[in-house]
Design a protein around this ligand. Structure first.
Ligand code: IPM
Ligand code: MG
Length: 355
């Protein structure tokens, strides 16, 4: 297969983890006889530093015409002041919206040999394998009106959801659950918010079309607690944008490290694949970052954007084998011996080539 995969390394640890994942894609190309073009474009603070907007037009045009996008991270404390539109994060929100990527899939599972890497007892974590389906182009992140009074006396954001936005993300979650353990937990705050009451109504209606999938509803505070107390009780979680942002970080911490978590953002346009972890400026450029979130995102890219399921599984199996062999990056090692970003990524690329 010939495919163009646009690399958007971005900020902080983004360039290091994307380089690692690109190496793994090259190994897939060689082993399975594909031809991948891997052009790069700038986004986030990397663009702001060149006097460009955080999402330059050329970057968006390249994104639209690619077969898939692999993004590292955006965010830089140097640009933490000023209006929302001038921050690196605006690029991520902009590209998600421009490409219509409303469905964000964030799988979190316990990897073999990492049962004790996180804060939970291994017997509590055992069997954890959940998929957070986060609505990605609506809710508080995009609702209008929004703003801050010029005198700084107050600020406001708007949470708004249409029936259609809830319906389409619910279908995504039920479709995913059909291929898994056939259980959907819809998470909301229906005891307080009108948007959540509409959410619950529409998800229930959609659920009626999926009789083979069990649906339950959970309040977001309760869900946060259950992820910590009984993570293995979840299969698919479907929730609105901000709740999904928060719960997916928690899911990452529970399975050992946020550095492990991949994501896929799907919808109308080119699919975008990125690790959940963010730019982590404190460890950037030090070869300390865990590249597994980015590499597992590349596996999701192969699966969802290029429909290369065998190749996706080969990458996931390679990650597994390298972890089982005992290699750990600093975030997983708990103070024990650790390898750097490059070493971890190269080991996984080598394992793809030899499996
Ligand atoms: C994420 C990130 C982003 C979000 C930020 C960087 C805008 O936290 O992808 O989870 O909030 O969506
Ligand atoms: Mg987040």
């Amino acid at each position: 297969m010939n495919a163009t995969i646009l690399l958007l390394p971005g900020d902080g640890i983004g360039p290091e983890v994307v380089a690692g994942a690109a190496g793994v894609l090259r190994a897939v190309e060689t082993r399975f006889g594909h031809a991948f073009e891997l052009p790069e474009a700038i986004i986030g603070a990397a663009a702001l530093r060149q006097g460009l907007p955080p999402l330059p037009d050329v970057t968006l045009a390249a994104a639209r015409s690619a077969d898939a996008i692999l993004l590292g991270a955006v965010g830089d404390p140097a640009f933490d002041r000023g209006p929302s539109s001038g921050r690196p994060e605006a690029a991520l929100l902009g590209i998600r919206k421009a490409l219509g990527l409303y469905a964000n899939l964030r799988p979190a599972r316990v990897w073999p040999s990492l049962e004790t890497a996180g804060p939970l007892k291994p017997e509590v974590l055992a069997g954890t394998d959940m998929l957070v389906v986060r609505e990605l182009t609506g809710g508080l992140y995009y609702g209008e009106p929004r703003g801050i009074e010029p005198d700084g006396s107050s600020a406001h954001n708007t949470m708004r959801y249409s029936r259609q936005e809830i319906d389409r993300i619910a279908r995504h979650a039920f479709d995913a659950a059909r291929l898994r353990r056939r259980r959907v937990t819809s998470v909301d705050k229906a005891n307080v918010l009108e948007t959540s009451r509409l959410w619950r109504t529409v998800v229930t209606e959609v659920g009626a079309e999926y009789p083979e999938v069990t649906l339950d509803h959970m309040l977001v505070d309760s869900c946060a607690m259950r992820i910590a107390l009984a993570p293995s009780s979840f299969d698919v979680i479907v929730t609105e944008n901000m709740f999904g942002d928060i719960l997916s970080d928690e899911a990452g911490a529970v399975v050992g490290s946020l550095g492990l978590l991949p994501s896929a953002s799907l919808g109308a346009g080119t699919g975008l694949f990125e690790p959940v972890h963010g730019s982590a400026p404190d460890i950037a450029g030090k070869d300390l970052a865990n590249p597994i979130g980015a590499i597992a995102s590349a596996a999701m890219l192969l699966r969802h954007a290029l429909k290369l399921e065998t190749e996706a599984r080969a990458v996931e199996a390679a990650i597994e084998r390298v972890l089982v062999s005992g290699l750990k990056t600093a975030d997983l090692a708990g103070g024990g011996p650790a390898v750097g970003t490059k070493h971890m990524a190269a080991s996984i690329a080598a394992a793809v080539g030899t499996s």
